[in-house]
Design a protein around this ligand. Sequence first.
Ligand code: C5P
Length: 312
Amino acid sequence: MRIAFDEDRVTVQAPAKLNLFLELLARRADGYHDLETLMVAVDLCDQLSLQSRDDGELHLAADWAATIPCHTSLGDVPAGHDNIVVQALERLRERAGVSLGANIRLRKRIPSAAGLGGASSDAAAALLGANVLWDLRWTTAELSLLAAELGSDVPFFLGASAAVCRGRGEQIEPLPSLPRLDVVIVRPPEGLSTPAVYGRCQVADSPASVDPAVAAWRRGDIAGLARHMTNRLEPAAEALSPWIARLRAAFAEQNCYGHQMSGSGTSYFGLCRHALHARQVASRLRARDIGYVVCTRTISLLAPEQGDQQAA
Ligand code: C5P
């Protein structure tokens, strides 16, 4: 996460993620699934800014950035306690035993119900930002425990730019950052609810291993990585939304290294060959009117330990 200070304000850029590999290992008794996923952060960011309040109030002002087209039917940004940012700050404050509040400004760019981790990233940004704002000095490991209570994907966003995530997603094995990957992401006009997709998914008899994809990642072999891309949630999402098959067909014509759905959908992405190729793919897909098209790239994040808030 990139964190900046401006007088009394802390501003955090909260990136989206893509799942380059996602396999389900088992259905658990607690309703979750054990999984193995290779996640990368991309330079499509929500912006969260925080100012401390002495009266203990947590006041959230949240909206969509003007760049998000309204036809994407993203709905309202949750307000007040319904927003995971407020829930994150309430829990952090309670555990840390502080009585301070905050004015919170959230400018959303990451489409919701999209499998891009927007809300999870916002929650992680809130924890990292308030840790600085309220001078709590929690370590990343301490923040991770609280992050996992808020959602399976939240711990990833505390530090890693690329990682294998296991358990229900909260066990993070950071990977070295690769040179940038140019990607195009499309969020079709409809989203999907994560529990609905997980509720329909099937665990394979012999789940695929993430190891070949990780080995290709470590070699910097994008073509090899693309050959091992998979998302076990895609068939379930495809049964719930006609957009997944449409997007697959559209990306199949774009000469990408590989393409698939991210997370529980409905966003779909392609790994492009270089920045110009990504711009060309984005422009061709925009002409088809299949949703909100984003041309972006992977980013590097540094784990910000207390006292080291500068991240790349
Ligand atoms: O942890 P999070 O709140 O993001 O999970 C949302 C829902 O997604 C869960 O209630 C569960 O239905 C499903 N899920 C799952 N296995 C995971 C992560 C999420 O079944 N590893």
